[in-house]
Design a protein around this ligand. Structure first.
Ligand SMILES: C[S@@+](CC[C@H](N)C(=O)[O-])C[C@H]1O[C@@H](n2cnc3c(N)ncnc32)[C@H](O)[C@@H]1O
Length: 300
């Protein structure tokens, strides 16, 4: 029709299917519907991976020089075939981006060279990998459930040098009291883990940290959410119930409301202070997740 200024086949198809004449007659909610996804280009239901990669790209672009050095020191990060972007020629994945941000916070407050570190709930072991690659630790101990422990052992054996790997000790939950009756740690770490445990179990671990550790770093959610649209309603009702009842911090909040998150920061610090003799050395929002907080406590 309009040869001179007419639409391409692509735009003509978008107009035919989405940005239709009828769509323009009803503007009360068009911005989060298909019509706008062909104008603003951000349909979140179909673009999950795009947004994940965009988030990673932006985090990588914002890393300090020191954090880039930290990231580059961690060899074998692509073992396990993570989702990556490439920034400055370097393959970058979400897990190790978070790891260097975590290390940045910890290393600003705790001397890590020569330290004996304990991590409770290590997943596949990215935090140990990060710390051992960046600091000359004395030992790195992991306490976890048997399944994750096996995964962490296999992973860390694959990614660490022999010299680093011999510093790692793996302890299953059943052996904790016997094994750690007399071992003192410079630092204990817990990331995204206390919020999935029974509250009583968290208190038992905090008592152990109180008795055995000098510093404690925690990074976790300040509360719960029930907005199923955030994960495409993908969880079974039973699993949602389990999630809502786990952990010590169970207030349901709008996790994308900064004031709601910030107003739970003090509760986070209170809940995870290992004992009365501990000071909160530093705490604050823990990006990239909107509802995460981090705190470092010291027995001082
Ligand atoms: C969501 S993953 C987080 C893993 C890791 N901290 C990270 O951020 O990549 C939670 C971890 O806590 C561990 N965990 C859950 N309940 C536990 C318990 N009662 N005692 C020890 N570890 C536990 C899980 O096995 C898993 O390794």
């Amino acid at each position: 029709m309009h040869d001179k200024y007419g639409p391409s086949l692509l735009r003509a198809r978008h107009d035919q299917d989405h940005v239709t004449d009828e769509a323009a007659t009803e503007i009360s909610s068009f911005k989060s519907k298909a019509i706008n996804f062909k104008i603003a280009f951000w349909d979140p239901e179909k673009n999950g991976l795009r947004y994940m990669k965009t988030l990673m790209y932006n985090l990588a672009a914002g890393l300090s020089d020191e954090n880039w050095k930290r990231l580059r020191r961690i060899e074998n990060r692509t073992v396990g075939d993570p989702i990556t972007i490439t920034y400055g020629g370097e393959p970058v994945c979400m897990d190790y981006l978070r790891s260097v941000l975590e290390l940045d916070f910890i290393a600003s407050n705790v001397e890590l060279d020569g330290a004996r570190v304990l991590e409770i709930g290590a997943g596949y072991g990215r935090t140990g990998h990060t710390l051992l690659s960046n600091h000359d630790l004395l030992e790195y101990h992991i306490i976890d459930l048997p399944n994750s422990l096996k995964l962490a052992e296999a992973y860390l054996r694959a990614v660490l040098s022999e010299e680093q790997f011999v510093k790692v000790r793996f302890t299953s939950i059943g052996d904790v009291d016997e094994r750690y009756a007399a071992t003192d740690f410079d630092l204990t770490i817990n990331i995204s883990s206390f919020s999935e445990m029974n509250a009583e179990t968290v208190d038992n671990y905090l008592a152990m940290i109180d008795a055995r550790s000098r510093y404690f770093y925690i990074r976790d959610a300040v509360g719960k959410y029930v907005d199923g649209s955030l994960n495409g309603h993908s969880e079974l009702p039973e699993v949602i119930e389990f999630a809502l009842s786990a952990g010590k911090l169970r207030d349901v909040i709008d996790i994308h409301d900064s004031r709601a998150v910030e107003s739970h920061g003090a509760e986070f610090v209170d809940a995870y202070r290992p004992g009365p003799g501990w000071t909160c050395v530093a705490d604050g929002w823990a990006p990239p997740w909107s509802h995460y907080w981090q705190a470092l406590f010291g027995k001082v």
